[in-house]
Design a protein around this ligand. Structure first.
Ligand code: ATP
Length: 238
């Protein structure tokens, strides 16, 4: 059953050139949920997020966001429906200031979605507020990550796909990031968070999907995941 307010992915395949990378990924994110997308390096987390956004060639039995079939849509149309995406490489404008980066992300409000202004975003990420006039390229990796998220929020999305938001952050910033993401959830936003760090996922996630070899290997609560040694091994053995 398509979830009228969430994201439902069933049987997602994706290709880079001739190489098939995803082989039937299935996952769902309900309204107001934080869902972790877990898996070791190369399991297909980034490709899954890019395939949902239409940034790689893909097919699926079902690809539904807020009741609409996004399978045939190009990336800009999917984003315009209120699905935000923050890639792993951040892609902020390094020559533009924090304020200018935020303005570049501004879109009209969406009915029923949390609505953001730079002032509200500086409450969420106080570090950014102290650096409003600085170029994005002068900030640390962690601050750039926060700016990339804040810029996506300026589009007033219903849901955001986040690729490894805690990667490369100092331990204190990891805690700040987790707190900020939990605040977003309280505001009513839904998040799908691709993550390799199981401890970070435990701080946040209502449920998890685990990928292995480009397919969904496990779906369940974090407690069920912890109770399943085979899944834990698939995640932790390196
Ligand atoms: P990571 O933590 O390294 O980002 P991941 O779970 O996100 O891992 P993906 O980046 O989705 O994994 O990669 C899945 C597979 O697709 C890997 O085998 C990778 O080598 C391959 N792959 C990724 N990008 C490309 C590309 N542009 N062209 C060809 N193969 C690719």
């Amino acid at each position: 059953e398509p979830d009228a307010d969430g994201l439902r992915v069933d049987g997602l395949n994706a290709w880079y050139g001739q190489a098939q990378i995803l082989h039937g990924v299935s996952l769902d994110v309900g309204p107001g949920e934080i869902i972790a997308l877990l898996g070791r390096n190369g399991a297909g987390k980034t490709t899954t997020l890019r395939a949902i956004m239409g940034l790689v060639r893909r097919s699926a039995r079902q690809l539904a966001f807020r009741g609409a079939d996004i399978g045939p849509m190009p990336p800009f149309a999917i984003a315009r429906r209120g699905l935000g995406y923050v890639p792993e490489d951040r892609r902020i404008f390094t020559d533009l200031t924090v304020d200018e980066n935020l303005e570049a992300g501004r879109q009209p409000p969406r009915p029923g979605a949390p609505q953001w202004t730079p002032e509200r975003l500086f409450e969420l990420f106080p570090n950014l507020g102290r650096m409003r006039g600085r170029p994005g390229g002068a900030m640390s990796g962690g601050e750039q990550q926060m700016l990339a998220i804040a810029r996506t929020l300026m589009g007033n999305p219903y849901m955001v796909l986040l690729d490894e938001p805690a990667e490369g952050l100092a331990p204190r910033l990891v805690e700040d990031m987790a707190a900020a993401l939990l605040t977003l959830k309280r505001e009513g936003l839904s998040l799908l968070v691709a993550e390799q760090n199981l401890n970070f996922a435990r701080l946040l996630a209502d449920r998890a999907h685990v990928l292995a070899g480009g397919a969904t290997h496990f779906s369940g609560t974090m407690a069920e995941l912890d109770a399943d040694p085979a899944v834990r091994d698939a995640l932790l053995a390196v």
